[in-house]
Write a protein that binds this ligand. Sequence first.
Ligand code: RNT
Ligand code: ZN
Length: 412
Amino acid sequence: MNTYDLACERYAELGVDTEAALHTLTVTPLSLHCWQGDDVGGFEAADRELGGGLAVTGNYPGKARNISELRQDFAKALTLIPGRHRVNLHACYADLGGRQVGRDEYSVSEFQSWIDWAKALGLGMDFNPTLFSHPLADDGGTLSAADAGVRKFWIRHCLACRIIGDAIGRQLGSPCVTNIWIPDGSKDLPADRLAPRLRLAAALDEIFAAPLTLNLDAVESKLFGIGSESYVVGSHEFYLGYAVKNQKLLCLDAGHFHPTESVADKISAVLQFVPEILLHVSRGVRWDSDHVVILDDATQAIMQELTRGAFLPRTHIGLDFFDASINRLAAWVIGARATQQALLLALLEPITKLRAAEADGDRTTRLALLEAAKTLPCGAVWEEFCRRHDTPADHHWLDEVKRYEKTALASR
Ligand code: RNT
Ligand code: ZN
């Protein structure tokens, strides 16, 4: 008997259907962020520094230097991640072909080559306006800027991005989530916390005024960034309120809360009041909110909440991390596979027995079962998943990356 069949039997004893778990895992795409491949640089201008209080440390060789290298790396990473996924694109990855186009003038034509590429690979696509790494995104803010000219520029950019998102959704036959994150805030204590928030709310109202069918609007909060340690205009409470009031998607970035806060715990709370959520699966480490995702407790807890609450149909799972100190392609693969493994573990929970114990008030059994579940043969089920999707198992995908490093990346 092979290890998968043995695992099936073992799980069946606990009332868990491994085939059902594999099916759900198969039909749950991850939205893979393009920006891991080139350290959030984008290709609008050669000399642009990363802004918005974002920082990517490390100088591992082989970084994608242009759109075609990024696409090549992304496609290679996809061969090492089981299942069918989506690409999450930032507006600063516009294909300008050497032209100068203002971000407020972007249209679908600047992204048509990305859409065609995604279509050829059978990928869905999500989108993000880029409100950082730009001369008009300095200390004064973007959508909350006091300067009306600056604010209007970013409003036009976001309006353009929603229209592009809608076109992406139509062309690829799957709604596009367009997520707004802004870096606005202040390093030191502001005297006025209100006015920027009033301006941000008004700007969002203007941006979202036109209904679109194939673009889904999401808003993303942050606790603090480099240079916005004392005040963040788009805080959690701000966007939670905004999303509830306007029935927008709320984006929960796993690295954007106090370290002892549980993002997992927020899911069943906010989904009472917002239609859907977008996750930015990430890993916070001290000041950094964007380490490569690993199979840790926080990620597992998030996935448990999605399966226990049957929230997967209302959740868009995106990844958001950037690490330039290791092979960038491997970072994608490690983070994506860890996210999928966390989801698989959650799908394999002996949930019927756990619920029964809880309903009986038998907390002893509940805790014992939760512990016992940790050593069940989930690895065999994961290997079977990789095998069915023609993807190397855990101990083999890295050989492919090393080979790619020698052939494709070494000459960069
Ligand atoms: C920043 C946010 C945001 C970015 C991307 C690049 O703190 O997490 O999602 O990481 O837009
Ligand atoms: Zn994020």
